[in-house]
Design a binder for this molecule. Structure first.
Ligand SMILES: *Cc1c(COP(=O)(O)O)cnc(C)c1O
Length: 389
């Protein structure tokens, strides 16, 4: 058996084809605003079966532009999951909105729809309904989108899917990103996610106005399309700034890597599902709690979380695993616990399930390229360290 040095919780897979794709852009005329970004967008919208896809420089930028395009502004309320990366809530703060959190279901790690419904009933009476709900497909497992969609129509809010973990996941026989039950979905291409562009993100939607707004906002709010000019053109050089946008563009080097990675996405997902299944079998004998196995085959398996018996046990196991180079991690600290959020002077709904989840959760390594003998080693060490406590 080869010597195991350090095993991260997630990592990218880069092939010779990926390297060739990037090099070919470096040798071409356009490093940015060339052909690769539109080609990558086309690839993603075909894969997800969405009408539009707009590439940006991160999922964080994607979430910001999605909120902007859906009209989130000062005085508006945005709800999201407390068990997510801070970016899922920060995007609302960028737009001067107020944030609140909907507690999670401990079996799935996703927003609990019964809790959402109760919160909506209460918010309706208080006339404090959210304008947008940002759901997170935690670990790559799809939320109950159908029910969330029904509630969105009943209570009049929009839905953004933070699908940073979930490209390749499926819901009701469709790919996440089809936006059948939402207004917008966003993907992340950070190296620990399912596919990577180094840094990068994508917004998918079926609404032409939303797609156009996002395209304008990602590039300074500047348009060059003569049909959309508000004033008369001065000549062929003329462009107009029609909104306060940003430079959130993806470049062609990143897009070329993304296209090449998309050639292997089915392989990546199949391997992650295989590893997850294998973890379940190995962990079953140890009596370790995992997420409910119900939707295993639909998940993209960005993360594989387990739950230790207590926060003390989690800390001990975390330290012991890290000491021997197994880079386990914790996803996530409830967002409202962050000092920045505590100092916001906003009141957040209690999330006892999120607290419980955070206390005991530990992410085991899972990525394309993780070897079976490494998985055996991880589970073996886990068993050893748990028995020492
Ligand atoms: C990674 C991640 C983000 C941010 O993605 P970036 O591309 O790094 O900006 C947002 N939300 C969730 C749930 C994530 O996991």
């Amino acid at each position: 058996m080869e010597l195991i040095k350090s095993i991260p919780y997630g990592r990218q897979n880069i092939s010779l084809e990926d390297i060739d794709a990037v090099v070919s852009i470096l040798q071409s005329d356009y490093l940015t605003q060339g052909y690769a970004v539109p080609a990558f967008e086309e690839r993603i919208s075909q894969f997800c079966n969405s009408r539009y896809a707009v590439a940006v420089n991160s999922a964080t930028s994607a979430l910001h532009l999605a909120c902007k395009a859906l009209g989130v502004t000062q005085g508006d309320i945005v709800w999201t999951s407390p068990i997510s990366f801070v970016a899922s809530a920060n995007c609302a703060l960028y737009c001067q909105a107020t944030v609140d959190f909907v507690d999670i279901d401990l079996d799935t790690g996703n927003i609990a729809v019964e809790i959402l419904e109760k919160m909506l009933q209460k918010a309706k009476k208080l006339k404090k309904l959210p304008k947008v709900l940002i759901v997170v497909h935690m670990t790559g497992r799809p939320c109950n989108l159908q029910r969330i969609n029904e509630l969105s129509r009943e209570y009049g809010f929009k839905v953004i899917e933070d699908a940073s973990h979930a490209i390749g996941a499926e819901y009701m026989a469709e790919k996440i990103g089809s936006c059948r039950f939402s207004d917008v979905a966003v993907f992340s291409f950070h190296p620990v996610k399912i596919i990577t562009t180094g840094e990068g993100g994508m917004i998918v939607t079926n609404d032409p106005n939303t797609a156009q707004k996002i395209k304008t906002l990602r590039s300074h709010g500047v348009i060059k399309d003569i049909d959309r000019f508000l004033l008369n053109s001065d000549g062929g050089w003329y462009y107009e700034q029609v909104d306060l946008g940003y430079n959130y563009r993806m470049n062609d080097i990143e897009a070329a890597l993304g296209i090449s990675q998309m050639n292997r996405i089915s392989l990546f997902i199949a391997e992650r599902r295989k590893l997850a299944k294998r973890y379940r079998t190995l962990l079953a004998t140890l009596g370790v709690r995992t997420l409910s196995p119900a939707a295993d085959e639909m998940s993209a398996w960005h993360l594989f979380p387990i739950f230790l018996g207590s926060s003390i046990e989690r800390l001990a196991v975390f330290n012991k695993m890290r000491n021997i180079g197994i880079e386990v991690n914790v996803h996530y600290i409830p967002i409202y616990k962050q000092p920045y959020y505590k100092n916001l002077n906003m009141s957040f709904s209690p999330c006892p399930n999120a607290e419980k989840y955070y206390d005991c959760v530990l992410s085991l390594p899972i990525y394309f390229g993780l070897k079976e003998h490494e998985q055996d080693y991880i589970v073996g060490k886990l068993a050893e360290f748990m028995s020492e406590i």
